[in-house]
Write a protein of this length. Structure first.
Length: 742
């Protein structure tokens, strides 16, 4: 082999994981010996196995270079170029077959066309037919949007995409292009060195786009010549198996390309847009449906009950600087308080929107929209994209979810944080120990919204104990002192207000909470209620309450159909769960959702209560369970299941709209009533007094107290001769004046 400098070609092949295609490539080079003097340089990027002995045995004159690390395609080529002696560098994929005149034709072209810096052969498929797409224009943000996104699928061969992909190019004629495929390209070494070679920040993909762009910017030309051909065995090269998920590697390289040439913001926007696929568009559509249902007529068709008024009065005083509560309102048992987080969040919204009562609903509705995306992501992570899409659709159109999210109340953010907890729990059990502190953090946050979410915390403790008992790796990893420290901090930060409250009041929250837990355990075994207004309900009442709320969650139009969906979903999910357990082929998503759903439902029934506070953290589990069951059916009856789910969503949406979101007495109605009360006061001091069902609770008139304050004539806290007696039914507000002589 002649290694003379003049016109010599250095053929550089980056190898990763030996396969037949690679040795077929070397064999084709040996059999079709070019007339031009050449050398073959193989850069071995394989971290585990070296192939130098096998290469020397079969191809003794190949220059073999073992890379110290697998730095990717560009880094491998750069390493080969450093050892190259040729005037021309021919970068060649290992999954290619060359013909007799392939290399000579390329050299001849560069010899005759001094303005050309790069030339590539025409790529043929295994049947020796030219690939339709090869060689592009410079990749710009606009071309990416129209050529690499769903737009090109919706409007194939649009003018911008045609220009980018060179659609219509006659493959029998020479073609000047901006970018040639990295599969095979010949470049003048002096130009390659002038441009500093491949950018090694690209691990795989898009490195040729970057190199060709820099070459073009220096004024050189780039061509594809059909007189030189190679066969490309697409996807059979060892480099296609490099490091992890190919799709993610490609996206990372694409992001870096746009960041390098067009800036970080452009890269972020372009890659976000390009990541939208058909399923992504469906999710976007579902998010739009969710946003519509959550924000439609939100300024009028939202509730504003007395318990909400309690929070609003507390939040108002925070904004006005009158107080800063460390705990929230009293729970159903007045000797125990909820956390103050909802008060803080509401105070921020009242400050931002000048005490407008609707501002709280803006926040919870926004969290509702984000929760739709979160349940999609949880479903996708735990099971599949299809489960995620089904779950998000059911969640976005669920009347119970929508009404809860439009109600500015302390239970409204619970699903949002429950889903974040589910994401963290999955990642921790999968082996990422740093998600364990996040699990604790989100559980502590949930506790600050509603004490009933403690059920989820108790279940989490049992999960940890189970892991210790079974000596699971995801528990063993917690011995790291950093994880212990982060976990303590993750608990203390959200619990700080309650901790300060306890320190200054003799630990009533902690001690009473322990008593509250013990009391609920006793209730399960028939201990009589000590609550003055709430008694444990009969089993029939609890079952009826659960059935009504399940109907509102899944399909509000028909109780029988909702019950059938419940039976089918439960049967399909737990049948598959049972089979999985018998075979001991554990699916983490099935285990977490299956176990937690049952335990949460059992906790609800054990409390024998009809309090809606227990529903928000259960709802995402029920939705996910139903979505898994729907996917099982969809595998056999795709069209009918798809149509059935669509009808459920449409009818649920219709039901919400025609029944005015099941509000009954709306915020608008109560605001009108408050206006009437203010008018009739004639600027005199007055009291607001509740009457009828519910008036036994101190919060009964607090919504009217907030509204009359907002209107400029607040009710007095001291006894006054003028009193307004307020009572409500499901659909109407009644108030009357009562004057007492001094």
């Amino acid at each position: 082999m002649n290694l003379a400098k003049n016109n010599m070609v250095s053929i550089i092949i980056v190898h990763y994981k030996a396969n037949d295609a690679f040795f077929d490539c070397l064999r084709s080079l040996k059999e079709n010996n070019p007339k031009s003097s050449f050398e073959i340089i193989v850069v071995d990027n394989d971290e585990k196995a070296a192939i130098d002995k096998e290469i020397k045995k079969k191809f003794s004159r190949v220059v073999y270079i073992k890379s110290r690390r697998n730095g990717g395609f560009g880094a491998g080529n750069n390493l080969g170029a450093k050892h190259a002696k040729g005037e021309y560098l021919f970068f060649l994929n290992p999954d290619t077959i060359i013909f007799k005149d392939t290399i000579d034709t390329l050299v001849d072209f560069l010899e005759k066309n001094k303005e050309a810096a790069v030339v590539a052969p025409l790529l043929l498929d295994p049947r020796k037919k030219p690939y339709a797409l090869q060689g592009t224009a410079i990749l710009t943000p606009l071309r990416a949007i129209f050529s690499l996104s769903f737009i090109n699928k919706l409007i194939p061969h649009n003018p911008i995409a045609r220009r980018y992909w060179n659609i219509g190019w006659d493959k029998t004629k020479l073609k000047e292009v901006d970018v040639v495929p990295g599969t095979a390209l010949m470049v003048r070494k002096n130009v390659y060195d002038e441009c500093n070679g491949f950018d090694e920040n690209f691990f795989l993909y898009f490195e040729e786009y970057d190199l060709c762009k820099r070459i073009r910017e220096k004024g050189y030309k780039i061509f594809i010549t059909p007189n030189s051909k190679i066969i490309h065995l697409w996807g059979k090269g060892g480099t296609n198996e490099a490091k992890g998920n190919i799709s993610n590697i490609s996206k990372q390289s694409r992001f870096y390309y746009f960041k390098k040439h067009y800036g970080l913001l452009t890269a972020f926007l372009i890659n976000t847009f390009l990541n939208f696929e058909k399923k992504s568009l469906v999710v976007v559509g579902i998010l739009l449906i969710s946003a519509f249902l959550l924000f439609y007529k939100i300024t009028t068709l939202i509730p504003f009950i007395g318990d909400q008024g309690w929070f609003y009065l507390l939040a108002r005083d925070v904004v006005l600087g009158k107080s800063f509560p460390l705990v929230g309102v009293a729970a159903s048992h007045p000797w125990l308080h909820q956390g103050a987080y909802w008060t803080y969040m509401l105070a921020f919204m009242l400050w931002l929107f000048h005490f407008d009562p609707v501002s709280g609903a803006y926040l919870t509705a926004l969290l509702g929209v984000v929760s739709v995306w979160l349940i999609y992501y949880v479903g996708k992570l735990y099971f599949s994209i299809r489960v995620g899409v089904i779950a998000s659709f059911l969640y976005a159109t669920s009347p119970l979810v929508i009404t809860n999210s439009r109600m500015a109340y302390h239970t409204s953010p619970i699903p949002f944080f429950t889903l974040l907890f589910l994401l963290s729990l999955y990642q921790w059990i999968k082996g990422n120990k740093y998600f364990f502190p996040l699990c604790i953090f989100f559980l502590a946050v949930l506790y600050n919204f509603e004490l009933a979410t403690a059920t989820l915390g108790i279940i989490f403790v049992f999960i940890v104990l189970f892991g210790i008992w079974k000596r699971k790796n995801w528990v063993r990893s917690l011995k790291d002192w950093r994880i212990i420290f982060y976990s303590v901090v993750a608990y203390i930060i959200p619990m700080t207000p309650m901790i300060f409250y306890d320190l200054h009041h003799g630990f009533p929250q902690t001690l009473k909470f322990v008593a509250w837990l013990g009391y609920h355990v006793l209730l399960v075994f028939g201990f009589p209620s000590i609550h003055p207004n709430l008694i444990p309900m009969s089993w029939s009442s609890v079952v009826s309450f659960a059935a009504q709320n399940y109907q509102m969650l899944i399909f509000t139009e028909n109780a029988i159909i909702a019950f059938i969906i419940f039976l089918v979903s439960l049967g399909l999910f737990y049948t598959q769960f049972y089979r999985m357990m018998r075979r001991k082929k554990y699916h983490l998503g099935m285990v977490i959702i299956g176990v937690l759903t049952i335990l949460l439902i059992c906790g609800f029934f054990a409390n024998r209560t009809t309090s809606s506070a227990y529903l928000p953290d259960i709802s995402p589990f029920i939705i996910l369970l139903t979505a898994v069951a729907a996917e099982i059916v969809m595998k056999k009856f795709f069209a009918s299941t798809f149509l059935f789910l669509l009808i459920i969503g449409i009818l649920n949406t219709h039901s919400l709209l025609i029944h005015n979101y099941f509000v009954g007495i709306s915020y608008k109605d109560r605001l009108l009533a408050a206006n009437e009360i203010v008018k009739e006061t004639d600027h005199k001091q007055y009291n607001l007094i509740g009457e009828g069902p519910g008036s036994q609770f101190a919060s009964f008139t607090m919504n009217y107290q907030y509204l009359t304050w907002l209107l400029g004539t607040p009710a007095s806290s001291s006894p006054q001769p003028l009193k307004f007696i307020i009572s409500e039914t499901n659909q109407a507000i009644y108030f009357k004046q009562e004057r007492q002589n001094k």
